[in-house]
Design a protein around this ligand. Structure first.
Ligand code: IMP
Length: 420
């Protein structure tokens, strides 16, 4: 297995944490390449449940190296909290975790700006400061992890940034931030994190050339990508496979496989168009059965039918070789299941995601209806043992999406997985 990229093929929350966990068995190194602690990857191991926000899900496998790549935005205090939490639960972190010295940092003023921007331009963000941190990166005024290692330089630049933010905060009647507190907190965090901060580019490329298996772990989903998603209702990074190369520092020709994770239905958190959204009892039923509440913010997720137009777009864009279909068991009880096979926009049929979100908001889904299998799939471990109607459904969504299925997940645990 050459280097594998794993991406979310929908609007995030596809169950990437579980699939990464399953694939980690064959990997030596797991790398996060974008996003920050807006992500929440849930993994269940035995009776234990873990929610990871910044640290790659591979940390739960003893002896695997986990890398937070240069494309991630890291809140050092949140990272320390996650490290301490994992250690308190007996997970070995030291020696298994490294952070790129080029990764940008999320600072408290990014969260203040995130909240202020939400007042006038509501995206429904996680309020973790992700957008403002990436804005600073692109605007060339950001802080990187390497800056924590030069306290004097860090403090001088921080003083200016806090002053600048406080002027904005004042204009919006927000409490000013204390330079002294942020400076002390972050320099203290820098001392604790120093042992993890390295040049991951050199290291990852050396490991890759030595034949080690790299697994690049995407966060959020394709339809939340800053370039290809439902802009402006997106996150601020490239969640797609191209982003894995820039966010980990691995050349594109070294990528061997792209795995796309998608739910057997669709969910979305936050604002923005969602053509197959179910605002009725059916949507509420899927939310309850699928426990569709945000792993980071606890917000109820919007639920809807599978959207083959959105997933075909993802397959094309990411070059997905193999699909992992998750939460198949959530549909077990339903008598009828629908799949969106086209959109109708102003009376015309279209088969692609329009660039303009206002157009996407006006798109009406055209559905194909399937009979449900109405029996539990949770204990099934072989594709052939799935009910005929479930196989028919899976084959249809794979065909419509344009890629073959490699994995079907029928529950949150490692063993509740079917490999094809
Ligand atoms: P931000 O990433 O916090 O700036 O939020 C931007 C949009 O992406 C909002 O609609 C969020 O709900 C969504 N989002 C961010 N992270 C996740 C995630 O991990 N899963 C699902 N949606 C997310």
């Amino acid at each position: 297995m050459a280097t594998t990229i794993l991406v979310g093929a929908q609007w995030g929350d596809e169950g990437k944490g579980k699939i990464i966990d399953v694939l980690t068995e064959q990997a030596d190194v797991v790398v996060r390449y974008q996003g920050g602690n807006n992500a929440g990857h849930t993994v269940e191991v035995g009776a234990e449940k873990y929610v990871l926000h910044l640290i790659p899900s591979g940390i739960l496998y003893p002896g695997k190296l986990n890398v937070i790549g240069n494309g991630v935005v890291v809140d050092p205090l949140a990272l320390l909290e996650e490290i301490d939490h994992l250690k308190s639960r007996g997970i070995a972190v030291d020696g298994n975790l490294l952070v790129s010295n080029r990764a940008h940092m999320v600072l408290p003023y990014h969260k203040v700006l995130d909240a202020i921007r939400e007042q006038s331009n509501k995206i429904g963000t996680t309020k973790r400061g992700i957008g403002p941190a990436y804005s600073d990166k692109v605007g060339r005024t950001g802080f990187r992890m390497v800056d924590l290692l030069s306290p004097e330089k860090f403090s001088a630049k921080l003083r200016l940034k806090v002053r600048e933010t406080n002027e904005i905060a004042r204009a919006f009647d927000q409490k000013p931030l204390s330079f002294a507190k942020i400076n002390a907190d972050y320099l203290a965090a820098g001392k604790k994190l120093r042992r993890y901060i390295v040049d991951t580019i050199k290291l990852l490329n050396r490991l890759e050339r030595d034949g080690r298996q790299l697994l690049l772990e995407g966060a959020q989903g394709t339809l939340l990508d800053i370039d290809f998603g439902t802009y402006p209702f997106v996150t601020s990074s490239n969640t797609t496979s191209g982003g894995a190369c820039t966010g980990a520092g691995i050349p594109p020709h070294r990528i061997g496989r792209v795995v796309g994770v998608m739910k057997a239905y669709t969910t979305r958190v936050g604002e923005g168009p969602f053509p197959t959204e179910l605002l009725d009892d059916q949507g509420a039923q899927i939310r309850e059965t699928g426990k569709e509440f945000g792993a980071t913010t606890g917000r109820p997720r919007r639920c809807g039918w599978f959207d083959a137009i959105a997933t075909r777009y993802s397959v094309t864009l990411n070059g997905i070789d193999e699909l992992a279909v998750t939460k198949m068991d959530v549909l077990d009880e339903l008598p009828k299941i629908k799949v969106c096979v086209a959109y109708k926009l102003d009376g015309k049929l279209i088969d692609t995601v329009p660039a303009d979100v206002d157009d996407l908001s006006r798109c009406k889904p055209v559905y194909q209806e399937f009979d449900g299998w109405q029996t539990s799939t949770k204990l099934i471990r072989e594709f052939e043992d799935l009910p005929k109607r479930a196989r028919l459904y899976l084959n249809k969504i794979a065909q419509l999406s344009g890629a073959k299925i490699g994995i079907v997940s029928v529950g949150p645990r490692r063993e509740e997985t079917i490999f094809l």
